[in-house]
Design a protein around this ligand. Sequence first.
Ligand code: ZN
Length: 322
Amino acid sequence: MTQVIRHEVPIAIRALKTANIYEINNDRHILVDTGMSPGSLDFLLGKGVDFTHIEMVILTHLHVDHIGGAQAIRDRYGIPIAIGTNDALRIKKIQEDRDGFGKFLSAELSANGTPLDLLSRIVDRHSVLDNMSLYHDIELDRELKGGEKIGRDIEIISNPGHSPGSISIHIPDRNYLFTGDHLLPGITPNISFYDEESDMLGLYIESLKETLKLHAEEIYPGHRDPFTNGNGRILEILNHHLERLNEIVSATGEWSSAFEVASRIKWSRGRTLDSMNLMEMNFAIGEAISHLRHLYSLGLVEKREKSGISTFKSSGQALKAL
Ligand SMILES: [Zn+2]
């Protein structure tokens, strides 16, 4: 029998307001995700969480609003931290090359047509660079792979896309699924870029299709309330990406950079790029990049470099289904 306890911790991201931390108790005692700052530890103590029986902290992915309290918990209670293999690699890379992430981000935004003055402001406010000490300090004890089991009743599912090493935690006996940001209610998870060429949206679409096969009974997301009919939500998200891909096909009738595409399309709630704050702009440009890369991998846009900037052009052929 599995017991789930949810704690909704406030976070400093305006659009989200809170993040979920879960205790899973069955034959094992696991904490899933840790909010955005070391202050999550005091928050959880204030809620009466008994850390003495928790055996492991599992982080669903490497974003700051999920990893923020992990090291404080490890420091105080010696509880090991586990995360998906590809996200562990990414964090190690940030730790080994302290200037590398900022350089990579600047180069990639620049190569996708972001004007230099805007680019430097976006990089300054990026959540990784803004919270670098959390990434430098965190000590990862275990890397988790898809298919791995923890105890009798906890199974790790690999679902790359929202990040390279995103994982969900599946409880087969109840068919519960803790999805991190792989699946969220009411918000489409951000799909961006983590290197110069990977098709993150393609990975995400495949991960969503894999998740459909589980027919999960109850979804415990990284933000907002748990929900049922996860498959209905997956179909909505797939449809959202199909519509956005086709909008981008229409927006690339002439050779265009990802930044120009991001400036041209209507974002959620009818917003435009210039009405966004810097973090939202970073998300929007990242979304344009991931959608263009996916269209490119499908052969629906051509790509060419022009003065160091990647530009894309479609033949106008729409995508019928994902
Ligand atoms: Zn995330």
